[in-house]
Design a protein around this ligand. Structure first.
Ligand code: FAD
Length: 499
């Protein structure tokens, strides 16, 4: 009888899970109407913070939407440093663009490719799609370049890593911008650990291999230092204590302080002290001048103002020293006369319209709205643009109706409606604060809450950091995966195997 009860219990659980799965699918994947080809063609370039926020608030019934992006997923960048040490798996912070589009009321087109040119006067974008070659299946598709016309364009191509042309940096540094970067860093950490464990290795080489040099002490550089420290001290130390004795991180920063933007001095001091305790050597006022396969070269300004040359032998060298513009954006500076003097990004007005071009908006890191290049800014701009494009569609509909109307009374009514609709809301940024993980289960936070500024640091802030990021991660699926990864790391530790 007990056996029967167990079978019945298992069968009930199975049925509930099966039904739950179908309910979830019905909610997650609602029916979709076909896009109306007669509607204006809206092209959105990019699938990052800005563009995806636009997709969230955009009314897809108003446009025939095409999304073009060089990667077919959204990446939750704030947790990228955690993936480099295996705390979180890379795929847990990636959300496929097609899954995002599938949840909308109307179907749309996704093209995986790189926009290599924009003609804002002819209203076309030139896209280069990747070559898909499945030779073993007998299917081969060459790379194609094609021109796609648009009625409205939103540009959200983000930024690149900027090495400022410093000799050797692009050849020898690893970066922390894309998923491939984090995979490369994870592999290099393992390579260094195993190479440093080689029997008979001279102590100097071992010290070099166990030395991580991070350039740029903004939130990304600081979080990388904290995550690598945790990985080495909490996990590597259990299995390979010998090499861990030689572990050291040097954090180089040209400014006089770490976390120069977004955090108050008390938090900066707290972060500095915490990192020092974690064997992170903080070298401020230190400018990198070059790098080769084994050393990073820098000039350091001392307290009395004199300068000294310093060398940092390394096993792992991470460059988090700044961002730059993508070529497609630089080309637009040359093409649009009003943008000839632009430097930081496409200059936009208070409606995020690209100055000097019609029906063209830009957002995020590639736009210059006189705001910091952050996910927070990009996502607020994106949410605003999604709604704004709805208002623009209403205005266009009214203008079309007006052009066809012959009745004088109706024309007057339409004119006043158009007049009202032309007053579009302006973009206003609301800063919600800054957060950074500094290692050893501690974080710093400068938060704006109901217009007031609050600062906090330590373990509780770290719990807040985790819950804030978990709530911000894009989908339920990603939230679940990130929570599972954190739990897995607490129970089993991070994985030390080398791929
Ligand atoms: P992105 O999110 O970079 O997206 C750009 C998109 O355009 C991508 O999909 C890309 O594939 C696509 N693309 C690029 N070129 C082309 C092309 N030529 N054609 C077609 N598609 C193209 N900000 C915060 O506010 N808080 C944080 O904690 C934080 N942490 C960060 C941690 C890391 C490691 C990094 C790298 C950044 C962090 N940022 C953070 C900054 C934040 O990620 C960026 O400001 C934000 O991603 C900018 O959004 P975006 O939409 O402009 O560009």
């Amino acid at each position: 009888r007990a056996k029967l009860m167990r079978y019945a219990g298992a069968a009930t659980a199975g049925t509930v899970a099966y039904m739950g799965y179908h309910v979830y699918n019905a909610v997650a994947l609602p029916g979709q109407k076909q896009a109306d080809p007669s509607k204006p063609h809206l092209v959105i370039v990019g699938s990052g913070w800005g563009s995806v926020a636009t997709l969230k608030t955009l009314d897809f019934s108003k446009y025939n939407v095409t999304v073009i992006s060089s990667r077919n997923y959204f990446l939750f960048t704030p947790l990228l440093p955690s993936t480099a040490t295996g705390l979180i798996e890379q795929r847990s912070i990636m959300e496929p663009t097609r899954a995002i589009l599938r949840k909308k009321t109307h179907s749309s087109t996704f093209v995986e490719g790189e926009v290599i040119d924009v003609d804002p006067f002819k209203k076309t974008v030139t896209v280069s799609t990747k070559a898909n070659s499945y030779k073993e299946l007998g299917v081969g598709l060459p790379a194609v370049t094609q021109e796609i016309p648009y009625d409205k364009l939103i540009m959200g191509v983000g930024s690149t890593t900027n090495t400022f042309g410093i000799k050797g940096v692009s050849d020898y540094a690893l970066f922390m911008k894309e998923v491939e970067d984090s995979i490369a860093v994870r592999k290099r950490i393992m390579d260094c650990m195993e190479a440093a464990s080689t029997p008979g290795l001279d102590p100097e080489t071992r010290r070099r291999l166990m030395h991580t040099v991070i350039v740029g002490a903004g939130p990304t550089g600081v979080e990388c230092a904290g995550e690598i420290h945790d990985f080495v001290q909490k996990d590597m130390a259990k299995f390979n204590p010998e090499v861990v004795k030689d572990f050291k991180v040097s954090l180089l920063e040209v400014q006089p302080n770490i976390l120069a933007a977004g955090f108050n001095q008390t938090l900066v001091d707290y972060a500095t002290e915490t990192l020092k305790r974690e064997s992170v050597d903080i070298m401020t006022k230190t400018m990198v001048t070059g790098a080769d396969a084994e050393k990073v070269y820098a000039t350091r300004t001392l307290a009395d103002g004199t300068k000294e040359n310093v060398e940092f032998p390394y096993g792992l060298f991470i460059w988090a020293g700044g961002i730059g513009l993508r070529p497609v954006v630089k080309n637009l500076f040359a093409k649009i006369p009003e943008q000839n003097e632009s430097r930081r990004g496409l200059r936009v007005d208070e409606h995020l319209r690209v100055i000097g071009a019609d029906d063209f908006w830009a957002l995020g890191d590639c736009a210059d709205a006189k705001l910091a290049p952050t996910a927070q800014v990009a996502s607020q701009e994106g949410a605003y643009l999604g709604k704004l494009l709805g208002e623009v569609a209403k205005l266009d509909d009214l203008k079309l109706e007006r052009s066809k109307e012959t009745d004088a009374g109706k024309i007057a009514k339409l004119d006043s409606q158009i007049h009202r609709a032309e007053i579009l809301p302006k973009f206003e940024y609301a800063h919600q604060g800054s957060l950074a993980y500094i290692g050893d289960d501690r974080a710093v936070a400068d938060i704006t809450w109901f217009g007031k500024q609050y600062s906090s640091s330590g373990f509780l802030t770290y719990i807040f950091w985790r819950s804030a990021y978990l709530s911000m991660v894009f989908s339920f699926r990603n939230k679940f995966l990130v929570a599972m990864d954190w739990t897995k790391a607490i129970v089993f530790g991070r994985d030390l195997s080398r791929e």
